[in-house]
Design a protein around this ligand. Structure first.
Ligand SMILES: [Mg+2]
Length: 231
């Protein structure tokens, strides 16, 4: 009976696409608005897709985003993302990820999900190239909410629904794993235990300041991760 829900962030935690997302968004803004280098100087790390898109519109087009605009941008983004992920020369799965996921998936006490700012379709595209979708039957996504705490809440609710179906009672312990202080902060806001991994480019100092329960250099040391889990 799964007593734990583990929610993994995607970019910088499970894999790096080598800038495929930025290139795809650049192409969308070039198509729709004739804007070049749309993603330049816009913070991406740890933020939801919709938040990033809204930022580009506000900063680069200097006006608020219209309600139907986000949907039109996302529709164009997904096919471009698929192309960019497919041909990205520096796409890579981060150290130890498949091995750790395989071990966790084999444990009866763990339910694995995603907690990512990517639109769900975008997350599935990024994970597909490395065949990692099979580990994540559910999650909370940037298509659920622009706010990270809210999308994690949705992930927990979906995880709890699965637990209830399998006869579990009482709430699960939730663990949030991510590569930015924003993952740690939003996990903590939810009352989850948090694991920070320094594989996404944010410094260990910045991650430490956010107060994770554990800070790991990467996910290659499965034993360290499991020790934390079983405390
Ligand atoms: Mg990340």
């Amino acid at each position: 009976m799964p007593a734990r829900i583990l929610l993994f962030d995607l970019d910088g935690t499970l894999l790096l696409t080598g800038g495929a997302g930025v290139r795809a968004l650049d192409r969308v803004f070039q198509d729709l608005y004739g804007l070049k280098g749309a993603g330049r100087d816009v913070p991406f790390r740890g933020r939801t897709d919709l938040r990033i898109i809204r930022d580009i519109v506000e900063r680069k087009l200097r006006r608020p985003m219209a309600a139907e605009e986000a949907a039109a941008i996302c529709d164009r983004y997904l096919p471009y993302l698929e192309e960019e992920v497919e041909r990205s020369p520096t796409y890579r799965v981060l150290p130890g990820v498949p091995a750790l996921l395989t071990r966790l998936a084999a444990r009866a006490d763990c339910l694995l999900g995603l907690g990512t700012g990517n639109l769900e379709a975008a997350a599935r595209i990024k994970l597909a190239r490395a065949d990692l979708n099979r580990f994540f039957p559910f999650g909370g996504f940037g298509s659920d909410a622009e706010d990270r705490v809210e999308l994690l809440r949705r992930a927990v609710a979906r995880g709890e629904a699965r637990r209830t179906q399998s006869g579990a009672d009482g709430p699960a312990e939730v663990i949030v794993i991510g590569d930015t202080h924003l993952d740690v902060q939003s996990g903590r806001a939810l009352g989850a235990r948090t694991v920070a991994v320094a594989t996404g480019g944010e410094s260990p100092e910045t991650l430490e300041q956010a107060g994770p329960d554990v800070l790991l250099a990467d996910l290659a040391d499965a034993e360290a991760f499991l020790r934390f889990l079983d405390v």
